[in-house]
Ligand binder design. Structure first.
Ligand SMILES: Nc1ncnc2c1ncn2[C@@H]1O[C@H](COP(=O)(O)OP(=O)(O)OP(=O)(O)O)[C@@H](O)[C@H]1O
Ligand SMILES: [Mg+2]
Length: 144
């Protein structure tokens, strides 16, 4: 069962990460954050996407939840699932649910690798609904 639980990086970044802006990305990200808009980072390997997210999480004082997307990733991996623990069935939040509950920044690394059936849970969160439906749990988490 443990093999099914994702262990994404989830942390508050205490020390300021070294980040050299290349344009107005800090202002743009802050404006998106204030307006609750998702941001898509696109660029070649090593261009600073991960470092930028660490820097912005530090700057905005929000926890950073990183998920590496791949084509085996399911919607349940992101949202959560019921697991049997010591004879009891317990719900375990996935990284997306934890990010929504914590008001954190969810960094979906390599999101282009995610399957369509996985993207279905990201759409309602990223579009104007701004919510994460957790059907199996019967919850409708409002994102921030
Ligand atoms: N703007 C920047 N300011 C400071 N350091 C940077 C910047 N851009 C890149 N770096 C340096 O380059 C390294 C690689 O950047 P990073 O890991 O953020 O790239 P990436 O875009 O996430 O790449 P990948 O697509 O391979 O994950 C960082 O560890 C950092 O040392
Ligand atoms: Mg990276």
């Amino acid at each position: 069962m443990e093999a099914h639980t994702l262990a994404p990086e989830e942390h508050f970044i205490r020390d300021e990460p070294y980040y050299e802006p290349v344009g107005q990305e800090i202002e743009i990200f802050e404006a998106a954050y204030q307006n609750k808009l998702p941001v898509l980072l696109k660029g070649p390997t090593g261009c600073g996407k991960t470092r930028f997210m660490e820097y912005m999480a530090w700057r905005l004082k929000r926890p950073l939840i990183t998920v590496s997307c791949h084509d085996d990733l399911t919607a349940s991996d992101l949202v959560g699932r019921f697991l049997v623990k010591g004879g009891e069935t317990v719900w375990v939040d996935g990284p997306l649910a934890r990010a929504v509950r914590a008001g954190g920044i969810c960094y979906l690394d390599e999101i282009v690798e995610a399957r369509k059936d996985t993207m279905v849970v990201i759409h309602p969160l990223a579009d104007d609904r701004r919510a994460l439906p957790m059907e199996k749990l019967g919850e409708y988490g409002q994102g921030s």
